[in-house]
Design a protein around this ligand. Structure first.
Ligand SMILES: [Zn+2]
Length: 284
């Protein structure tokens, strides 16, 4: 994916190294700040940002996130992809006569207090409908490559586009219908609905890829395959087979590898959100 030098979204909130949930470090100068700088570095933060905001002299001070702190390549990449989702969904919503309300994206390390409760990195990236935020610990990308065998920048972009797909569902009222179903149906039926919701988010990620390429010509050879490979790698059947050696279809919540790749591809090929009604589709 051609991403260097392109517009970066201003909706990225960098909470890495803040100890989770945006809790701020309180410190004095001198030895204390060196120790904390080392801890901060271990957490993946940029110690220069911390040093710059350290007090010149005197008592404890609050360390704020520095918006001018140098950004690393990964967070810049995420910001570019998020900007692409803003452009694509902004224009699709406009065509529908609606206004697209942009989500925030929070980078965190290890754990975070989200509007949907406390979350750990092991949960993987997620979207919280209550606070309209996508949460991602960038270490997930290391797992995506090494653990799930899905390398490549477009695989990473797909993950963000999928989460933003959940935001689109939230704005369109689909997530609310899901919530309403929660108390009415048994677990197996709820899982079936969840699969439809997740496959639609994959479809929306495909729609995003379609328009991003059409509007900006930024897809490179092999990008589509990277996304399809990622969608395949995180299918329920594949994950369960890997983890337990067997597959329990009733417990699926995201869809099989084949279904995930199929709906992403359908979104990519049609670019038409009306084709993405996974809830009425007879065959997934
Ligand atoms: Zn999802």
């Amino acid at each position: 994916m051609l991403w260097q030098g392109r517009r970066e979204s201003e909706n990225v909130e960098d909470d890495r190294g803040s100890g989770g949930g945006g809790r701020r470090l309180v410190l004095g100068g001198g030895v204390g700040s060196v120790v904390i700088a080392v801890i901060y570095l271990l957490l993946g933060g940029d110690p220069r940002a911390l040093m710059q905001s350290s007090p010149q002299a005197g008592g404890p001070a609050e360390v704020q996130r520095d918006p001018n702190a140098p950004k690393d390549d990964q967070s810049r990449f995420v910001a570019v992809v998020l900007a692409d989702t803003e452009d694509v969904w902004g224009s699709i919503f406009q065509q529908m006569g609606r206004k697209y309300e942009q989500p925030k994206l929070v980078l965190f390390s290890d754990e975070i207090q989200s509007g949907c409760g406390a979350a750990g990195a092991e949960m993987g990236p997620f979207y919280c409908p209550r606070d309209h935020r996508v949460y991602i610990d960038l270490n997930f990308y290391r797992d995506l490559q090494n653990k799930y065998g899905a390398p490549g920048d477009f695989a990473q972009a797909y993950v963000i586009a999928h989460e933003v797909g959940h935001h689109v569902q939230n704005l369109l009222g689909t997530s609310q219908k899901m919530e309403a179903a929660r108390g009415r149906v048994d677990q197996t039926e709820y899982n079936r609905l969840s699969v439809r919701l997740e496959l639609q988010a994959d479809f929306y990620a495909g729609v995003w890829a379609h328009y991003t390429d059409k509007m900006k010509h930024v897809l490179e050879k092999g990008d589509l395959e990277e996304a399809l490979n990622a969608a395949t790698a995180i299918g329920d059947d594949t994950l369960q087979r890997k983890a337990r050696g067997r597959v329990i279809p009733d417990s699926f919540t995201h869809g099989t590898s084949e279904q995930r790749a199929r709906w992403f591809r359908k979104g990519y090929e049609t670019g038409d959100i009306r084709q993405g009604d996974t809830f009425s589709a007879r065959d997934l």
